[in-house]
Design a protein around this ligand. Structure first.
Ligand SMILES: Cc1cc2nc3c(=O)[nH]c(=O)nc-3n(C[C@H](O)[C@H](O)[C@H](O)COP(=O)(O)O)c2cc1C
Length: 375
């Protein structure tokens, strides 16, 4: 199962795990896969603490970091030295407050409100080009980071040159074959072809169509990873058959013991079916596949205010989300998740998921061999 990209990066299995949770990154890496920490919601100080912890727990193995470098965002938010809260219009605040108070969701207690607001604003500040650079500066002081992946656009030329100079492999997310051309021209070396099934920011083309298109566009110039809709070993076998050098999974880790979700959130996840994972702009102002709820749907109704640009929509949404989680209200709970959420029905450990996927992969390969007559 080891592919050339695994050998280049120094891991045994072509299973890449995207997670905002350091425990998942560590467990996948220790199990032979390649953990990638989603850094975009951390402040630089938080990221430093997370990476230091990962360094101490991966037994010297390499791992990756993912940053969001958006090509479109609120330019005022990028420039402001003020509290980003002040850029959120009162009409939008009132819209959210009405939904929550009509549903009987209490405000957060003052000390928690202050902490949550501070953390969200500090974190969302990382979702602008300058914010991403601050996170990258932290990342570069951790030599075990072997791969840096950029979401929502190719990294700028100076960032590419800097990463290359340090021997760090550069990746980028891609939802269309045209994006792959742009990424290669920019100097990207690993393209994560992410189909619409995926949780998080996602496009419209399905993984089954996108991966071979991107593989054809890239030839042997760069490695391609398949993302979106992968939670079983049979899907790994399919992705490798399509020409990918590995799989990049996100949703499958949400249901693990190590994940950042609490027991209430996991319950919602385990009850959700594939069609509950819908594409909406409510969470960040860009299209995200997430669990459908009354809160995600509110913005779709006639008379709802327009979505705010990144990162302001995220600040507005996440403060409301914190109240919903505290009140444990399933009807209003939305979190990014892909269609494979319908295949995740109970908690398991990261190690168990890694083991199960390898077994399923071998079964799938054996199944294929039964269709190929021995010569
Ligand atoms: C909760 C969650 C948050 C995500 N956040 C990001 C992100 O910050 N940056 C990014 O590149 N991808 C993000 N993604 C997408 C993943 O990197 C990955 O491509 C996707 O989860 C793969 O599809 P799957 O969800 O079907 O496994 C996120 C996915 C999930 C489920």
């Amino acid at each position: 199962m080891q592919t050339p990209l695994c050998r280049r990066l120094g891991c045994e299995l072509p299973i890449f795990a995207f997670s905002h949770c350091r425990d998942v990154v560590v467990e996948v890496t220790r199990a032979g896969g390649f953990g990638v920490l989603g850094a975009s919601t951390f402040s630089p100080e938080q990221l430093e603490a997370e990476l230091r912890w990962i360094d101490e727990h991966v037994d010297g193995r390499p791992y990756g970091v993912d940053v969001i470098i958006p090509t479109s965002y609120d330019t005022q938010a990028e420039k402001t030295s003020e509290d980003l809260h002040q850029l959120i219009p009162q009409t939008h605040r009132d819209f959210v407050e009405n939904i929550l108070s009509e549903a009987g969701i209490p405000p957060l207690p003052p000390h928690e409100k202050e902490r949550v607001e501070r953390e969200i604003v500090q974190g969302r500040g990382g979702m602008t080009p300058d914010g991403a650079r601050r996170l990258l500066a932290v990342t570069l002081s951790h030599p075990q980071v072997r791969l840096v992946v950029s979401a929502l656009g190719s990294p700028p030329p100076d960032v590419i040159a800097d990463l290359r100079g340090r021997g760090i492999v550069i990746g980028a997310m891609c939802g269309k074959a045209e994006h792959a051309e742009r990424h290669m021209a920019a100097g990207v070396e690993v393209i994560v072809a992410q189909g619409t099934e995926a949780g998080g920011h996602t496009g419209e083309i399905a993984t089954m169509v996108l991966v071979p298109q991107v593989v054809e566009a890239c030839g042997d110039r760069v490695a391609v990873l398949a993302a979106g809709g992968i939670a079983r070993g049979s899907q790994i076998a399919a992705a490798l058959a399509l020409g990918a050098q590995g799989v990049w999974c996100g949703t499958v880790w949400l249901g693990t013991r190590e994940s950042e979700l609490d027991a209430f959130e996991k319950e919602v996840l385990f009850e959700a079916g594939a069609s509950d994972a819908v594409r909406r702009k409510a969470r960040t102002g860009k299209t995200v596949r997430m669990l459908k709820s009354r809160l995600s749907e509110a913005w779709e109704q006639p008379g709802a205010p327009a979505y705010l640009p990144t990162p302001l929509q995220g600040i507005l949404y996440n403060e409301a989300h914190a109240r919903v989680v505290r009140a444990k209200r399933k009807d209003l709970y939305s979190f990014p998740a892909g269609q494979v959420v319908g295949m995740i029905n109970e908690e398991s450990s990261v190690r168990d998921v890694m083991y199960r996927m390898q077994l399923e992969y071998l079964e799938a390969v054996e199944r294929l061999q039964t269709f190929t007559p021995a010569t």
